[in-house]
Design a protein around this ligand. Structure first.
Ligand SMILES: [Zn+2]
Length: 183
């Protein structure tokens, strides 16, 4: 971690960024929940070899039609404080708010898998801890790609994409990562 990112981390703590992020995630989840749908039987069929039934029952999906997500209000404040490389939410394929996955594009199995890993992370960590680790990972890793919650989802996604028949339990891997303090 550079001294600059250390200063940013201290600033983030003073400004209670994880609490702000937690509130934002809950508000977005509640906002999109009413228009969200459960997984289709075909999606469940593919994902059931990797995710628990509880998780597949819980997850909700939204495909936005003609509108783009707006950046959260705290982005502007963070930018003035020197936080760069913030994700422009209008440009991402999809984003997961707790158990509600909001997408700008139709779900492929690969996209759905990645976002369901985040749902499992939220489920095991809770929204508050997920937010803390996401912010910490962002600052320590110098950007989005350095966030362990993301690298974990990318790693498992690659394994899934390489072979849909190579069945494994995402919940077990996430539990291991938590136990080993890898997030
Ligand atoms: Zn992700």
């Amino acid at each position: 971690m550079t001294s600059n990112s250390k200063t940013q981390l201290i600033l983030a703590r003073i400004l209670c960024v994880p609490s702000v992020v937690t509130r934002y995630i809950k508000a977005q989840r509640n906002k999109f929940l009413f228009q969200a749908n459960p997984l289709t039987p075909a999606q469940r069929n593919v994902m059931s070899a990797f995710f628990s039934r509880d998780l597949l029952d819980l997850a909700r999906l939204v495909v936005l039609d003609g509108i783009r997500l707006k950046n959260p209000p705290f982005h502007g404040i963070l930018k003035t404080l020197g936080f760069s490389n913030l994700r422009d939410l209008s440009q991402v394929s999809a984003i997961t708010f707790d158990y509600v996955i909001v997408s700008h594009i139709n779900f492929t199995n690969d996209l759905l898998f990645h976002e369901l890993v985040h749902v499992e992370q939220y489920r095991q960590l809770g929204i508050r801890r997920f937010s803390e680790l996401y912010v910490r990972g962002f600052l320590a890793g110098g950007g989005y790609d350095g966030i362990p919650l993301e690298s974990n989802a990318f790693e498992l996604g690659c394994r899934f994409e390489a072979n849909h028949q190579d069945h494994f339990s995402v919940a077990e891997v996430v539990a291991q990562w938590i136990q080993q303090g890898k997030y």
